[in-house]
Design a protein around this ligand. Structure first.
Ligand code: CDP
Ligand code: CDP
Length: 219
């Protein structure tokens, strides 16, 4: 069978943490779609061009180099801000859509007969636009403060001199841009299970998700 898990939500809600654990548990391939938008944003920034500039952003999306997906620069706050600017451009989203759908349609990740076909994708519009027919949709969210605290802690642990108020402001700006854009805004699909992780550990989120998924798989 083919199992597509669509996982959406705002920044630092815990999507990647949950996606990696679910991918291991169900032996599914995993695509962090935010990395695609981050890579496009960074490619434009490196040319010294504003990521909101449409023609440069579309050209970068159409010629995206896979090696950029592993570049540490895409993980910076500047990379996140650039990502949310290119992500508001419809032609950029269109250029990345086929790529994401092909990933979702891939054969089993392992060849030992144990793995299922399918994939887990996380992002902002997986359940609404990229894979609207996914049998399993999760919308992972948390309060703005909880999310900013998590990002702040991550930056501190990396030794990056972060200022909490700045992290909070960056996150507010990025959330607003993601929610207010005209095309594929961040929103939960009507058939998604919403999990508010503000006061939950990663283990608790994982347990709630697999209970839900196993119930759907058994039905
Ligand atoms: O992928 P996304 O930006 O949604 O979030 P993440 O990278 O999975 O999680 C952001 C941070 O929150 C990480 O440092 C996680 O360890 C942490 N986290 C948490 O504290 N509690 C959770 N329930 C989930 C994640
Ligand atoms: O890790 P974090 O949750 O902070 O962000 P991300 O998932 O890496 O996404 C970075 C940015 O890319 C988001 O703020 C969105 O603007 C954009 N994005 C999107 O528009 N659609 C997606 N499917 C994934 C990311």
């Amino acid at each position: 069978m083919s199992l597509i898990i669509a996982l959406d939500g705002p920044a630092a809600a815990g999507k990647g943490t949950l996606a990696r654990r679910l991918a291991g548990h169900y032996r599914l391939a995993y695509l962090d779609t935010g990395a695609l938008y981050r890579a496009v944003g960074v490619a434009v920034m490196r040319q010294g061009i504003d990521p909101a500039q449409e023609s440069a952003a579309v050209a970068a999306a159409e010629s995206l180099s896979p090696s950029l997906l592993n570049d540490p620069e895409i993980r910076t706050e500047a990379g996140g801000q650039a990502a949310s600017k290119v992500a508001a451009i419809p032609a950029v989203r269109a250029a990345l859509l086929d790529w994401q759908r092909r990933f979702a349609a891939q054969p089993p990740a392992a060849t030992d007969g144990q793995a299922m076909a399918g994939a887990i994708l996380d992002g902002r519009d997986i359940g609404t636009v990229v894979c609207p027919d996914a049998p399993i949709k999760l919308f992972i969210t948390a309060s703005m403060e909880a999310r900013a605290q998590r990002r702040f802690k991550e930056l501190q642990e990396k030794g990056a001199g972060a200022i909490y108020a700045r992290v909070l402001q960056d996150m507010q700006e990025r959330d607003a841009r993601d929610q207010e854009r005209a095309v594929a805004p961040l929103t939960a699909a009507p058939d998604a299970l919403v999990i508010d992780t503000s006061a939950m550990t990663a283990d608790e989120v994982f347990d709630q998700a697999i209970t839900y998924i196993d119930r759907i798989l058994a039905a």
